[in-house]
Design a protein around this ligand. Structure first.
Ligand code: AMP
Ligand code: ZN
Length: 665
């Protein structure tokens, strides 16, 4: 087989598997087999860049960075929807339409109203060319590179698609992925995101498309607009879009009367809680496109469609007590302890009150009967107080002034909604929280030691900080509850083994506020060892790529603390890794700092991937396309002539593989 055909066949096969997995939810090969094929394609594409294709399945991982999203005028306006809340509203709407249509009876298509970020995607000749946010309805932001990373969005269509059209839909973040993202944020000492919808639309505006690729976004599509699509009805539109490879939810119904519409609404008002993503209503659309055209639009919305909003499920219950939780970073979260009540299919006992302002805003008090709602948020929230039921002797809530765990006075800084306990060394949940973070999987990954054991060890006075872990002996831990000979041995061995964990993870494990995994990697790269980092000033830190003032201040504060320095000295003595390894160092310089370099073509002494690694190891950035900001184009064999022309027209220096390698030597 010719190379070109081989590449095409692989792409076609991988597209099919992507479709089975992400759209049909019905994979036919294992993840492992998929990865092997993907790697095979990647290798071929790297070797034969002349067969580049912007819709290749290998481009799903992202990488391109957008500094400013370009504003794009929509091919056709993206309208809002009118709202209705009752059967009467729907019947009035039906009558209005019948007047315009001269008494003709209309058919309806009911779909769910997905609660995410609306998107309009343009396809030309079966290829995805552009994705634009709704914006103000007339124009939005070009977020193509980010949308291309969403696996259920086809880059290449199949079947008898029209040559040019826009398809519209909603980008959503399913509950499960949202919960997982939040768990990671909490682990990194960051506040969790509030709800999936805002997180989905925020994701579309991330500058780094590789970060978007990491997020478990999905895209549900429901409407095709364009000339000559040959589509006669909304129902047919849904079917066609499915055929062409789009993810169109199966939940939809063709209805002949408002009674049937109401049956659909009532059914899904309760069943929607079983769906993996958030919905907030039903969208009812006139089925015939010809009818739609006759009905047209008002200044805001189509006359042929109507949203029926579900009522956010709300219950009232008694607030027994307000308690306060102390996080690893000392942040205080007030929690409403409720009389258990059934809401949207689950029993609710607690609701977050977020901070002092929230409590003051609603004047929430212990003993109040409160309204609890489950909206887009996973954790139910209190949306108000039933003042008619407030007890006569009720007293306003006085927010705590001292830490519930260690009794230190709380601090609240300007502009921060939260109170903090700053008793870093004496506050038990902060102490154990830091040690639990230290041993966690992405940090030191200490086997044989879990969160509960950390609490026990602390309670028994055996550890007070994570350095103490390294002095623990088997004899000391053996008397602990549920500790056996074997588990005690495993614990001590797990701790001892962790001295091999590389510097960047040790840095993350220290639990410096705002220093998550990625930041830790960046700092390790920039400073190479802990001594240099400990001496770094705020000015020096903010000059590191993507390190802002907030992080810089936090780092400086951490290392200016004598006790932290002592702990680090001890950890050094126990043999933990506090500098990049020989191998990491050997290949690492700052020679290309601040430079964006594009590589293209086939190379002789090193592969394209190796070249990219060399660029990054020397502090440079790998660019995906040539622009005026490109510092160099490293040109290999068989580089496309258009790249050369572009580089020349922008005065981007073109260097050979040999010239480049001697630059970094
Ligand atoms: P609104 O923003 O409340 O006026 O509602 C209009 C928005 O609902 C549209 O811009 C779409 O993004 C969104 N929507 C969600 N699901 C659907 C659907 N099945 N059909 C049409 N619009 C939908
Ligand atoms: Zn405290």
């Amino acid at each position: 087989m010719q190379i070109k055909e081989q590449i095409e066949a692989l792409r076609q096969e991988l597209r099919e598997h992507n479709h089975n997995y992400y759209v049909l939810d019905n994979p036919t090969i294992s993840d492992y087999e998929f990865d092997i094929k993907l790697k095979e394609l990647q290798a071929l594409e790297a070797q034969y860049p002349e067969f580049y294709d912007a819709s290749s399945p290998t481009l799903r991982v992202g990488g391109a960075v957008t500094k400013n999203f370009e504003t794009v005028v929509h091919n056709e306006r993206m309208y809002s929807l009118d709202n209705s809340y009752s059967k009467e509203d729907l019947e009035d709407w039906e009558k209005r339409m019948q007047r315009i249509l001269g008494g003709t009876q209309v058919e309806f298509v009911c779909e769910l109203k997905y609660d995410g970020a609306s998107i309009s995607i343009t396809y030309e000749e079966g290829k995805l060319v552009r994705a634009v946010t709704r914006g103000d309805g007339f124009q939005g932001d070009d977020v193509t590179t980010n949308v291309k990373t969403i696996k259920s969005v086809p880059l290449q269509l199949k079947g008898d698609y029209p040559s040019k059209f826009d398809i519209r839909g909603e980008i959503v973040l399913p509950f499960e992925g949202f919960a997982q993202m939040n768990a990671e944020r909490v682990e990194n000492g960051e506040d969790p995101y509030m709800n999936p919808r805002n997180t989905a639309s925020g994701s579309l505006k991330l500058q780094d498309s590789a970060a978007v690729a990491q997020r478990p976004l999905d895209c549900l599509l429901y409407s095709i607009v364009g000339q000559d699509t040959g589509i006669a009805s909304q129902w047919q539109m849904l079917e066609k879009a499915r055929e062409w490879g789009f993810k169109v939810p199966e939940v939809a119904k063709l209805c002949r009367s408002t009674d049937e519409v109401m049956a659909f609404v009532n059914q899904w008002d309760s069943q929607r809680h079983d769906l993996p993503y958030e919905t907030d209503g039903v969208v009812v659309k006139v089925n015939s496109i010809q009818h739609q055209e006759e009905l047209g639009f008002t200044s805001k919305s189509p006359r042929w469609a109507m949203a029926y909003k579900f009522k956010a499920e709300q219950v009232s219950t008694l607030l027994n007590e307000i308690t306060y939780q102390v996080g690893r970073t000392g942040s205080i979260t007030p929690v409403a302890n409720l009389e258990p009540v059934l809401l949207a299919g689950t029993t609710v006992k607690r609701a977050s009150l977020h901070n002092a302002d929230q409590i003051a805003k609603f004047d929430i008090r212990e003993g109040d009967t409160v309204f609890v709602e489950k909206g887009g948020e996973i954790i139910p929230k209190i949306v108000g107080v039933d003042f008619t039921k407030r007890p006569k002797d009720s007293k306003p809530t006085e927010y705590i002034t001292h830490c519930p765990e260690c009794h230190e006075e709380l601090v609240r800084t300007e502009g921060d909604a939260k109170h903090y306990c700053v008793n870093y060394y004496g506050c038990p949940p902060q102490i154990t929280g830091r040690i639990q973070h230290f041993i966690s999987r992405k940090a030191m990954d200490i086997e044989g030691l879990g969160s509960e054991t950390v609490e026990l060890l602390y309670k028994e006075g055996l550890i007070e900080n994570y350095a103490d872990l390294y002095t623990l002996t088997k004899e000391q831990v053996l008397p602990l509850e549920r500790m056996a000979e074997k588990s005690a041995e495993n614990l001590v061995k797990g701790v001892a083994d962790s001295v091999k964990i590389p510097f960047e993870r040790v840095l993350f494990a220290l639990g410096i506020r705002f220093v998550g995994e990625t930041v830790a990697k960046k700092l390790a790269r920039a400073y190479k060892n802990i001594d240099a980092l400990m001496e770094a000033s705020v000015e020096s830190l903010v000059s590191v790529d993507e390190i802002g003032e907030r992080i810089a201040n936090s780092v400086v504060e951490f290392f200016s603390n004598e006790a932290n320095r002592e702990i680090i000295d001890r950890l050094k003595a126990y043999g933990l890794q506090f500098s990049l390894s020989e191998e990491q160092l050997e290949n690492q310089t700052d020679k290309l700092k601040g430079l964006t370099i594009v590589v293209s073509g086939v190379f002789e002494t090193v592969s394209r991937d190796e070249l990219k690694k060399i660029i990054e190891a020397n502090g440079g950035k790998v660019g995906s396309s040539i622009s005026s900001k490109t510092a160099y184009l490293v040109a290999g064999d068989k580089m496309g002539p258009s790249k050369r022309t572009k580089a020349e027209s922008l005065n981007v220096p073109i260097v050979t593989e040999g010239e480049f390698l001697s630059m970094v030597q």
